[in-house]
Design a protein around this ligand. Sequence first.
Ligand code: NAP
Length: 293
Amino acid sequence: MQIIDGKSISATIKKEIAEEVRRITGKGGKIPHLAAILVGDDPASDTYVNNKSKACKEVGFDSSVYRFPASASENEILEAVEFINNDPVVDGLIVQLPLPDQIDNQKVIQHIRPEKDVDGFHPVNVGRMTIGLPSYVSATPHGIMELFMRSRISTTGKNCVILGRSNIVGKPMGLLMARNAEPGNATVTTCHSKTKNLAGITSRADILIVAIGRPGFVTADMVREGAVVIDVGIHRVPSADTRSGFRLVGDVRFDEVSEKASHITPVPGGVGPMTIVSLLMNTLKASKKEIYG
Ligand code: NAP
């Protein structure tokens, strides 16, 4: 069994990005800039945004965070999006989700200019990805494709089963795995909460990608001998073995599934670090105007 080491792969990509930023700025080019809108004081969202700002600094990007109280109105957020859309300094904009109930998530996402939508959530980017045009691909599926590429795991002709059909992970993942390219060219089955005989389907998978948000859901009996297993889930569960009293686990029972898998991503240190690095890759593309010219 081989561990797919997202931590080390993401560190390599960060070095490559930092080098490219040095090259660009050395020739007098613009420093890539990522802006984030953060509404409310949810500690998890705060941590995510701080981690993204920290990652920007590591690779030499500029970043800015626009903070709003949980009571902010939809109009205030739309105005902030408009302001950032028109700010030539900012290349990429992300809005940390979820937003408070009084704000329509979709309305805000659709207000971001597709050229700055480095999260790849705008329908224009989703549509362009669907028909194979250059687009920003949402960070987690993008990061998983990068893991296949950099770990030299071929996906062509493989039976790929995806657990979960969310807009940010499962759905785009299915489209990417079925696209006419490597990585891709897989025969894809997408499963969800209404799927019947789930274990029968997962145990035929050459590649199993799990994004259902249930700690330890996938057990060894659901996995084929020699399968490649990608665990997107991330959960903080109580633990007597750590000083914090918590540990991170995925949607997959790593201890038992790793005995059967040929390759597997750990949690933490698998998909998670690739998500942030994908956002950096998209921001660099935005700064170089690679997608929309
Ligand atoms: P989500 O929006 O909650 O979607 C979960 C999907 O799983 C839904 O499609 C749901 O089906 C399906 N599902 C739930 N229970 C199921 C069951 N018992 N059997 C079969 N399907 C089931 O979740 P998400 O945003 O995709 O995230 C999934 C997990 O990945 C979460 O743990 C999240 O924290 C993690 N995540 C990690 C990263 C990272 O960077 N590592 C990034 C994003 C997400 P229905 O559609 O029928 O409800």
